[in-house]
Ligand binder design. Structure first.
Ligand SMILES: Cc1cc2nc3c(=O)[nH]c(=O)nc-3n(C[C@H](O)[C@H](O)[C@H](O)COP(=O)(O)OP(=O)(O)OC[C@H]3O[C@@H](n4cnc5c(N)ncnc54)[C@H](O)[C@@H]3O)c2cc1C
Ligand code: FES
Length: 276
């Protein structure tokens, strides 16, 4: 339960309200190694700002050097507003890594469909890095990403690089275009219908607002995918992060321990129930 101190090395403004922090463990080498070796795409850390509190934040990159961790944060309230004011030279507390990871091993030899909405690209970005780094392990790799407006799309430079690759299919969409936008307009789930893939040889990884995930899962099911091959990342308010407080209970599951990444088949009975 005791946070470890991390130094903020870098800070990048992604959008008007979202920023990325690169952090380095400030403690002994053996403690740092334990932390870095445990990091998996899909997991989260509890990020602590002294005097304000702690928030769960997903890992948004695991750099090759393996002595950094990256978080992309949208400022929405008390703690994230404080984090917004921290830059290089500052320090935060970290507990983690916690929770389940995206099933990267299960995806090997399959088509991989990555579907993200808004800040939901942050938890999926380390998976995309993994897919690119070991591209020959996977069949088709399809990335579908949407945001409300062009200005809210994250990691634009990186997405441009992905779009240029002939071994990735990248589809971007916005709910509301502006005068500069000449790409797709429409909500993310609509575009699943355009994808051509063998559902029995595919795995889908989905992260975004719950309503977007709900319609995306339906669209993937109507393409013939099974609920065992569709993975979603769930969010609930958290306090302890280690299955002690009960804040994140979701049916029989605790999202901090049994999630945040679930096969849809594990949670389909609870998904979409209001206030659960
Ligand atoms: C497993 C997990 C991973 C997450 N990963 C990221 C991430 O990578 N980047 C990121 O920016 N955010 C992420 N979040 C959401 C982040 O934890 C919340 O935005 C944060 O806790 C808000 O805290 P606050 O003190 O800034 O806001 P508060 O003052 O607590 O609340 C501000 C507003 O946000 C709402 N809110 C608070 N917590 C949540 C929540 N968990 N889900 C939805 N609404 C909430 C409140 O109802 C309120 O309306 C993640 C959450 C979980 C559970
Ligand atoms: S956050 Fe306390 S039980 Fe999950």
């Amino acid at each position: 339960m005791i946070p470890e101190l991390f130094d903020v090395l870098d800070r990048v403004e992604e959008t008007q309200d979202t920023f990325t922090l690169t952090l380095r463990h400030g403690g002994a080498e053996s403690e740092a190694r334990r932390f870095y070796d445990a990091l998996r795409p899909g997991q989260f850390n509890m990020v602590y700002v002294p005097g304000s509190g702690e928030v769960p934040i997903s890992i948004s990159a695991i750099p090759d050097s393996l002595d950094r961790v990256v978080h992309t944060i949208r400022s929405v309230g008390t703690v994230t507003e404080k984090l917004k004011r921290i830059g290089p030279g500052g320090r935060v507390g970290i507990r983690g890594p916690f929770g389940t990871a995206w099933p990267v091993d299960r995806a090997s030899g399959k088509n991989v469909i990555v579907v993200a909405g808004g800040i939901g690209l942050a938890p999926l970005r380390p998976v995309i890095h993994e897919l690119i780094a070991n591209r020959s392990r996977y069949k088709q790799v399809m990335i579908l990403y949407g945001a409300r407006t062009p200005g809210e799309l994250l990691f634009r430079n990186e997405i441009d690089d992905w779009t240029k690759r002939s071994d990735l299919s990248v589809t971007l969409t916005v709910d509301r275009a502006d005068s500069q936008w000449n790409g797709h307009v429409g909500v993310v789930p609509r575009f699943i219908a355009l994808f051509d893939f063998d559902p029995s040889e595919s795995i889908a990884l989905v992260c975004g607002p719950e309503i977007m995930m709900q319609f995306t899962v339906r669209a993937l099911e109507s393409k013939g995918m099974t609920d065992e091959s569709i993975y979603v990342s769930m969010e609930r308010n958290m306090k302890c992060g280690i299955r002690l407080c009960g804040h994140c209970q979701y049916g029989p599951h605790f999202i901090c321990e049994n999630g945040p990444v679930f096969a849809f088949s594990e949670i389909q009975n609870y998904f979409g129930i209001k206030e659960l």
